[in-house]
Design a protein around this ligand. Structure first.
Ligand code: CUA
Length: 156
């Protein structure tokens, strides 16, 4: 069977691209441990405030330069609203919503989650640079959406 030269180039470039993309996704998922922020962990959205650990949202030290932030997203703020960690700390965020869909974004980082009622979203991030980091809502959630933000301070 005769295949035209350009046809062959096109087929090979398609096959190479496909392999390359699968390799990137594979390395990212299995070698670097990346995964979608939502772990498909569910929670009864009506009972968030009485379901551990969300009955006591807060910020706790869980290891050397390692913290866990159990957070509630609600119209129009996050609980806890003030957090501070030393430079180089890793924070494990565990977030759910008590009402509607909210966002959870820290600009200039790869932290960006959708906080859906009924689900627990998790992401970890290591803060290497000191400064004030804004945690903001990037999903329109009502009349006060634009004021929904808190800060996390990273001290030197
Ligand atoms: Cu919460 Cu917009």
């Amino acid at each position: 069977m005769h295949i035209h030269k350009y046809e062959k180039i096109w087929l090979w470039s398609g096959a190479i691209c496909l392999s390359l993309f699968l390799l990137i996704v594979g390395v990212s998922a299995f070698a670097m441990g990346n995964q979608p922020p939502s772990h498909m962990e569910t929670i009864d959205p009506e009972k968030v405030v009485i379901t551990p650990p969300f009955d006591k949202p807060g910020f706790t030290k869980v290891g050397e330069k390692e913290y866990e932030a159990v957070m509630l997203a609600q119209a129009f703020t996050y609980t806890p609203s003030k957090m501070s960690v030393p430079k180089g700390s890793t924070v494990h965020f565990k977030v759910t919503s008590t009402d509607v869909v909210h966002g959870f974004e820290i600009p200039a980082t790869n932290v960006n989650m959708m906080i859906t009622p009924g689900y627990v979203s998790e992401i970890s991030y290591t803060f290497d640079k000191p400064g004030k980091y804004l945690i903001l809502c990037n999903e329109y959630c009502g009349a006060g959406h634009q004021v929904m933000a808190v800060t996390l301070e990273v001290t030197a």
